[in-house]
Design a protein around this ligand. Structure first.
Ligand SMILES: CC(C)(COP(=O)(O)OP(=O)(O)OC[C@H]1O[C@@H](n2cnc3c(N)ncnc32)[C@H](O)[C@@H]1OP(=O)(O)O)[C@@H](O)C(=O)NCCC(=O)NCCS
Length: 204
């Protein structure tokens, strides 16, 4: 599966590829070689329960999703980072910034393998992504949308300082909308180390 992505990626223009290191995590651009690990995560119905129609993804759907993630990252220079633990290096999932068509603005997004839940890793990654959004991208506000019943996700949003704005509906799904304004945001004390290199090397 990963091989077709690798071939299609060859020859694409390199862009700046920011990588972020936190106390326990490395956030880096996705690569075609992440496909199999990502498929294992998106095949878990519990992980996918509050994403889209709540169905586990097939490998083909995951491949399309990985392609979108990589394309968006190249186009914008930011997007969903692959999250891996510094100790071990296995792919845990993603955390980053999305801008779907119906969204009120740039959104914080995350998805981790079930084995990575309950350790504060989504919170740690989100804190770093928000810092990138405010310091590097200069955004005035970052939004987050989640389904009302996604209690774990709502707790992450509240831990990183996001405020509940309203109940809403996007893509036909009921959701709750949160936001964090740059004026209210302060960088936390945890490790945040940013490194930027040409993506060509990182993605091949
Ligand atoms: C949403 C999701 C990322 C949250 O994962 P999570 O593990 O609950 O969140 P965190 O990584 O911030 O961990 C918080 C938990 O770790 C515990 N924890 C342990 N060490 C911690 C630390 N150092 N710092 C913070 N929390 C810590 C907290 O007490 C909390 O546990 P609790 O919920 O039982 O109180 C995860 O459930 C997921 O990937 N879900 C599927 C995808 C999804 O729904 N994404 C959102 C779509 S909008």
């Amino acid at each position: 599966m990963a091989a077709s992505l690798t071939r299609e990626d060859a020859g694409r223009p390199a862009v700046r590829a920011p990588q972020i290191e936190t106390a326990r995590l490395r956030l880096r651009p996705f690569a075609p070689t992440d496909l199999d690990a990502l498929c294992r995560i998106t095949a878990d119905p519990e992980v996918m329960r509050y994403i889209g129609d709540g169905r586990a993804l097939t490998p083909e759907e995951t491949e399309a999703s990985l392609r979108n993630i990589m394309d968006a990252f190249r186009r914008r220079g930011y997007g969903r980072w692959a999250v891996e633990e510094k100790a071990g290096g296995a792919l845990l999932g993603y955390c980053g910034l999305g801008l779907p068509a119906e969204s009120p603005g740039v959104e914080l997004v995350y998805m981790l393998a079930r084995s990575a839940w309950g350790r504060g890793l989504a919170t740690e990654a989100s804190v770093a992504v928000l810092r990138y959004a405010f310091e590097e991208l200069g955004l005035e506000r970052v939004y987050a949308l989640t389904m009302p019943g996604n209690v774990r996700s709502r707790r992450v949003l509240e831990r990183v300082g996001m405020e509940y704005l309203r109940d809403d509906c996007y893509f036909g799904y009921a959701c709750v909308c949160y936001a964090l304004e740059r004026a209210r945001w302060r960088p936390g004390p945890g490790l945040y180390r940013l490194r930027t290199e040409e993506a060509g090397a990182a993605l091949r």
